[in-house]
Design a protein around this ligand. Structure first.
Ligand code: NAD
Length: 290
């Protein structure tokens, strides 16, 4: 498991590929946008002009792409080109149907597969501290674990095929809901003339504590350094949160499940995007709600 084809070298894939290269893997990279190829080549990554050229005898193929439709299309292309049966890993965040389609397509052509979306954002990708949520079987997870260990500091086999995507969707839905609660609580405190530092001091060690307060407090100068201290530069953009909430809503709809809180917050993010604020970190929610 030495030779890795890496498809999708954007904000996340770029850093993940570099960490794999540093970790001793032989990387061939491909992206339709080739403006960062020169930088990647400095990290010993061979960057190629076509997807065909990226698929010469890999042990593993990793995709890190924007959405489910692109993942489906790219894997359809890969399968047509491949003559061998390397391990297929999709690390993109996508809808569950597309994840299942990826597994079906690859497996039908003899490729073992894992869905392995990540948490930790660009900083986690850069530092090699991502968390991988993996869907598939033990055998293939064990084969891929050394790759996950190089790109991240935690990987969890969440269950059978597509379970990684399901867990990722639930995690981000919870993050949005907790951030919305934090936003409303701090906005109320401000309107009651409460010092937000005092509220943080209490909440961060009380029953209201949560990751959104303790690690990512959306108020400038309060709590550890967060996007609020950096004009809401992401971090994790509102655009990406909007996308992930849409995946949660689609999954809930398919299962006839009521997720009203999430749906309300999704509508707020939809307004954030309509106001051309999608590039701002998702914790901008607090300011927007105010
Ligand atoms: P990105 O848009 O920066 O990168 C995606 C890359 O895929 C781009 O470079 C694009 O040119 C390339 N691409 C698109 N179509 C292609 C094709 N047909 N063939 C080859 N390359 C193609 O996105 P990103 O921020 O790197 O995110 C990638 C995935 O990771 C997304 O699914 C996202 O939801 C997920 N994710 C992102 C973050 C984050 O903080 N950025 C965090 C967790 C998960």
């Amino acid at each position: 498991m030495k030779k890795v084809s890496f498809i999708g070298l954007g904000n996340m894939g770029y850093e993940m590929a570099i960490n794999l290269s540093k970790g001793g893997f032989q990387i061939i990279g491909f992206d339709i946008m080739q403006d960062r190829y020169k930088e990647l080549e400095k990290h010993n990554i061979k960057c190629v002009p076509s997807i065909q050229k990226a698929l010469e005898n890999p042990d593993v193929i990793i995709t890190m792409l924007p959405d489910g439709e692109i993942v489906r299309n790219v894997w359809e292309q890969i399968i047509k080109i491949l003559k061998t049966t390397p391990l297929a890993i999709d690390c993109s965040t996508i809808d569950i149907e597309s994840a299942l389609y990826f597994h079906q397509q690859t497996n039908a052509n003899g490729l073992p597969s894992l869905d392995a979306p990540v948490s930790g954002g660009v900083v986690g990708a850069l530092n090699g501290s991502l968390t991988f949520m993996v869907g598939g079987d033990d055998y293939n997870y064990d084969k891929a674990k050394n790759l996950f260990d190089v790109m991240g500091n935690k990987s969890i086999l969440c269950g059978p095929k597509s379970s990684g995507q399901a867990v990722k969707i639930c995690n981000n839905m919870l993050l949005a809901v907790t951030m919305a609660g934090v936003s409303e609580a701090f906005n109320l405190a401000e309107s009651l003339n409460i010092n937000t530092q005092k509220l943080f001091d209490v909440v961060s060690t009380s029953s209201g504590s949560c990751w959104a307060v303790n690690n990512y407090c959306p108020i400038k100068g309060v709590g550890p350094f967060s996007p609020a201290d950096n004009e809401f530069k992401p971090g994790f953009s509102s655009q990406l949160m909007y996308k992930d909430l849409s995946l949660a809503i689609a999954a809930a709809k398919k299962n006839n499940l009521n997720i009203d809180f999430t749906t309300n917050i999704f509508e707020v993010f939809s307004k954030i995007l309509k106001n051309n604020l999608g590039e701002k970190d998702f914790s901008y929610l607090k300011e927007f709600l105010k």
